[in-house]
Design a protein around this ligand. Sequence first.
Ligand SMILES: [Zn+2]
Length: 265
Amino acid sequence: MKITVVIILAVGSHPDDIELGCGGLILQAVRNGHDVYMYTLTRGEASGEPYSRINEEAQSARVIGARKLLIDSFQDTHLAVNSDLINHIERVIEMTQADLVLTHSLSDTHHDHRAAAAATVEAGRFAHNILSYEIPLSRDFKPQVFHDISDVIEKKISLISLFQSQKDKVYLTSTAIMGLSAYRALQSRMNSTKENKEIESVNHVEAFEVMKISLDNSMKLANTTTIERDHEPVSNPLTDDIQEILPSLEIVDSTPDQTRIFKQY
Ligand SMILES: [Zn+2]
């Protein structure tokens, strides 16, 4: 079967950021045959034991069905927009050949998140499409793109529940995540047809800010490629069995040392 594959790179400052911000979108993307790469900049050592946090992230990436999980070793709570951070993100964008980059919002309340967002914009100057995601703590977020995640909302909640080391954080509760996505669904008006009829199916939506969007002549995201792909290998990433290990997942370590990049974790 020929499908137009979108290569998605999701960038997050800490383990769990990607899942909170765009977990629904990437779960769906893998199910629909697209390629998802995940890149976490720190090991989250300021809020837990880093080994546990990496393991939780790896487990999540397996459930999502990501092609690769890249884990960098920038210091948690010390992210700053500098050449080191920009170069690392740029290298990952180049390596993955991402068509769509997802990152934090420039107006996020956490300084690590803001630094990651600003660094991604600069690192992604040659990328065609960059969107920012929100988390339940975001305050000045201006939603511009809405994506229906109704059919994977339960799976998104179960993804977040994998992060047991963070279970005491209130913004990780299912009510906060469900509440935000239900609010965005209402706001998006995606549950109304052109005839103004209400439809029941769009109940949960993830929202994004546009940093950059490029559309081709067929109004699709620019730079995507149509390839022959057997749809089956993406087996069943929505399975409830979190132990299922999708063989394509590769976990890669990156260090700030420019000479030792991406050694095997
Ligand atoms: Zn974070």
